[in-house]
Design a protein around this ligand. Structure first.
Ligand SMILES: [Zn+2]
Length: 220
């Protein structure tokens, strides 16, 4: 009888391990399915690709506000934006380049913080309206070569002036070609350019998405 009890306990123990593992597997599968079904979910692009370069300017003082407004720089975007930009980056990699991010999704609280530093709609979007950055559909980017050197785009990121405009043509042939390349591939992947900022791209379908205040955790 004792022998059977031991066997019975052993069987229960093995079954319980199996069911725990099964649950973990299910959880992962459901998580992945949920993400695939909802392409407006906010995700960290690092979980989907290792092929991007990051220089998140608003997590440093090196930006036009001269103030760090993010605790840490992470690139969160809606899943559909991530899918589109991975598509663009794949084309750039074939041509010997990669996308470097300056800014991605920007929580509404951060937009308010930026507005309190510079309350001028010429430089910062009014948080009362919200921008496509607040909707998870805008990216500020440039191109780097495979060694990580930035290609010449004619101005720095967040340069305010006509020289940063796609319509400004008093630039070297190389700069115009670099901007054109960025624009062509980004448009092919579902983004639209913004006339006065060569670095800014909006996902076409992002306008109908809601402004969000989703936050990300910073590793201390
Ligand atoms: Zn932007």
């Amino acid at each position: 009888m004792k022998f059977f009890l031991i066997i019975y306990s052993l069987v229960l123990f093995v079954l319980s391990i199996g069911s725990c593992m099964g649950q973990e597997l299910n959880h992962k599968t459901i998580g992945k399915k949920a993400l695939l079904q909802n392409d407006t979910a906010f995700v960290n692009i690092k979980a989907f690709s290792k092929d991007f370069v990051y220089d998140m300017k608003y997590a440093t003082n090196d930006n036009f506000l001269k103030e760090k407004v993010y605790n840490c720089g992470e690139c969160l975007l809606r899943l559909k934006t991530v899918n589109a930009i991975i598509k663009a980056n794949t084309v750039f990699i074939k041509k010997g380049y990669r996308i470097k991010f300056f800014d991605c999704y920007r929580p509404l609280d951060i937009q308010k913080k930026m507005w309190s530093i510079v309350s001028n709609p010429k430089y910062v979007a009014d948080p009362a309206k919200g921008s496509i950055h607040n909707r998870g559909g805008a990216v500020d980017i440039t191109l780097v070569d495979l060694e990580g050197n930035e290609v010449d785009m004619g101005t720095t990121f967040d340069f305010f002036g006509e020289k940063a405009s796609h319509n400004y043509m008093m630039l070297s042939k190389e700069v115009i070609e670099n901007r054109k390349l960025l624009k062509k591939i980004m448009e092919g992947a579902g983004f639209v350019s913004f006339d006065s900022e060569w670095w800014h791209y909006n996902l076409k379908t992002a306008l109908k998405d809601k402004v969000s205040n989703t936050k990300w955790d910073c590793v201390e």
